[in-house]
Design a protein around this ligand. Structure first.
Ligand code: ATP
Ligand code: MG
Length: 576
């Protein structure tokens, strides 16, 4: 391909709207252009990267027996009503009507439509397991589309669905996909980790997310260097710290005028925050929830939602806190609270949940439920109880690994893929059954597995860039090498460049010939910005001495091979 013909409009300035580096570089290097919030055109270079990632994904899906299909993007509302998701999916679902007023949705994910296909076509255990996948656009009306391709409203996803006879079969399909994903992201040249994630309503140890490690990642993860434990912070198990033993003392109420925050309590009483109990009041669709945790800990709302079986959880406003505890937020505490009521009305107390550490705390300090007062020497069981004791806090760096006890590390990650055991959620709702060996009708056991293709492209840039631009991993680079004649007006340079171009192409490499009428500095800048793994420069010296300059983008290393040896050398370096 000749650079003069390539549509890759590079920009010198960093576009103001782009916050993360992948978004900036995709715009600057001429890979994408915005059409609407979260909706982009992929220009030729981006399209090539998408194709490369897709091809790797395809190979790995087929290696595990996946069969490629294409499911419709436009999906009838009836199927979503049948699964029960039409009303729960919310505003993220792009909904539309046809000319007859019938409801449709643009597919954000395809469980309904594939279950509908399979229930119609598959009836016997002999046809299972079945692994079907597609690579196609997905539509999600994200609340905050941002970071370019990272969180779009239209994006490319690979989604595979597995259908098995039983849980054991699902376990096997899941492991196959887990292994395939590991190969995919390794082949894409990415530094990633598979982490245990929260399975939401389905629960259990049923899902892993594949995270590309990057500062700009929206997810926080913890992992262990000593064993293989890794989890999304939303899910990571906290180990309750054992308190230093001491004698239980008698509870006392003390005046703490104007003392509100944990920090103020600690300063006033000269105690560490780990001795205090934080009392948080949440409003949920099932009533008010009181959560108790140590003052030095952070509440994990996902864990609290799970234990309280609620969908909506927001910190309650001052009036609700006062109604439940009888005091201002700064003086709220667990002593004397009423018991929760499972049939509570919205304004009533539904549950009191104590973090496991609060139940272990000896001689703790908390608000006295009387404005301006605190209680010291409070102990769980003796002075207060809760309706439930559970792990409801967020794990922090340095805490012990729940598997092996070594200190946990934290990192930020970009979720590029997820594997998920669905079980019979969709097959039972949509009646997708098969006849087993004994002629008995059974629900199919399903799994679903997604890879964000366009997000993976962005994540690769987040991990591979420098101040000059993108540094593509070879396996997903749009082209392998750019040949730059210093002057396109010099006929000898041009013909040497053409010759080299043909040799490289003949070796199966993907090559750009920068034949543009630009100064060499501009060509070099663009080559670095776009991120070709190798650049070959042909200048006056090449013609005098018969050598070219070969430069590797990743580390700037250069070689000066003979012109006739250059192509083979690049091919070799690309293999390594
Ligand atoms: P997130 O939590 O980031 O919103 P998700 O968990 O809802 O993602 P899945 O339903 O698991 O996403 O989709 C599978 C994959 O599709 C994700 O792992 C991610 O790589 C990609 N993906 C999801 N939403 C988007 C989006 N808005 N833009 C680009 N890629 C996305
Ligand atoms: Mg996900």
């Amino acid at each position: 391909m000749r650079a003069s013909q390539l549509l890759s409009p590079t920009l010198r300035e960093t576009p103001a709207e782009a916050e993360v580096v992948s978004h900036q570089l995709l715009l600057r290097a001429g890979f994408i252009r915005k059409s609407a919030a979260g909706v982009y055109t992929y220009l030729p270079l981006a399209q090539r990267v998408i194709r490369k990632i897709s091809d790797i994904v395809r190979e790995e899906m087929e290696r595990k027996g996946g069969q490629e299909i294409t499911l419709p993007i436009i999906q009838p509302a009836e199927l979503w009503l049948e699964s029960g998701r039409w009303h729960v999916y919310g505003d993220e679902l792009f909904r539309l009507k046809d000319r007859h007023g019938r409801d449709f949705a643009l597919g954000p994910t395809h469980e309904e439509i594939i279950t509908d296909l399979v229930r119609g076509e598959v009836h016997s255990y002999k046809q299972l397991p079945l692994l079907l996948y597609q690579i196609a656009n997905k539509y999600r009306d994200e609340r905050r589309p941002r970071f370019g391709l990272m969180r779009g409203r239209e994006f490319v996803m690979k989604d595979l669905y597995s259908f098995d006879r039983d849980e054991a079969g699902l376990d096997e399909s899941y492991q196959h996909m887990y292994d395939a994903y590991t190969r995919v992201f390794t082949r894409c040249g990415l530094n990633f980790r598979a982490v245990e994630a929260d399975a939401g309503a389905i629960g259990g140890n049923n899902t892993h997310e594949f995270m590309v490690i990057a500062e700009s990642g929206e997810a926080a993860i913890v992992y262990c260097d000593r064993c293989d434990y890794a989890a999304n912070v939303e899910k990571a198990e906290a180990t309750a710290q054992e308190p230093v033993p001491e004698k239980l003392k008698a509870r006392e109420e003390i005046a703490t005028p104007g003392v509100k925050t944990i920090q103020e309590v600690c300063e006033f009483l000269r105690i560490p925050a780990g001795k205090t109990i934080k009392t948080l009041v949440y409003r949920t669709e099932k009533g008010l929830v009181v959560a108790l945790l140590r003052g030095d800990r952070t509440l994990n709302e996902i864990k609290l939602q799970k234990i309280t079986d609620t969908l909506q959880l927001h910190l309650a406003e001052e009036a609700a806190i006062r109604a439940v505890t009888g005091a201002e937020a700064g003086s709220a505490g667990p002593v004397g609270l009423p018991k929760g009521n499972l049939n509570a009305k919205e304004e009533e107390l539904y549950l009191v949940v104590a973090d496991a550490e609060v139940s272990k705390l000896i001689n703790g300090v908390c608000g006295a439920n009387k404005t301006g007062f605190h209680m010291v020497n409070v102990n769980y069981g003796k002075d207060f109880t809760a309706d439930a004791v559970a792990d409801i806090r967020t794990v922090e760096a340095g805490e012990p690994c729940p598997k092996c006890g070594a200190p946990l590390q934290t990192a930020r990650g970009i979720e590029v893929g997820q594997v998920f055991k669905l079980g019979t959620k969709y097959s039972s709702a949509l009646n997708a059954k098969f006849l087993d060996e004994n002629g008995k009708s059974q629900d199919m056991v399903m799994g679903c597995y997604g890879i964000g293709i366009t997000r993976t492209m962005a994540a690769a840039i987040e991990q591979n860039n420098d101040e000059n631009g993108i540094i593509w991993p070879v396996s997903i680079a749009p082209y392998h090498v750019v040949v730059v004649p210093v002057s396109n007006k010099d006929a000898d340079q041009m013909s040497a460049a053409e010759k080299l171009y043909n040799e490289l192409t003949g070796l199966g490499l993907e090559v750009i010939l920068d034949d543009r009428n630009e100064r060499p500095g501009v060509k070099f800048k663009d080559a670095d910005l776009i991120g070709y793994p190798f650049r070959i420069t042909i200048g006056p010296k090449s013609l005098q001495e018969g050598t070219v300059e070969l430069r590797r983008r990743r580390d700037g290393q250069t070689w000066t091979p003979k012109v006739e040896e250059a192509a083979a050398m690049v091919a070799d370096l690309l293999k390594g």
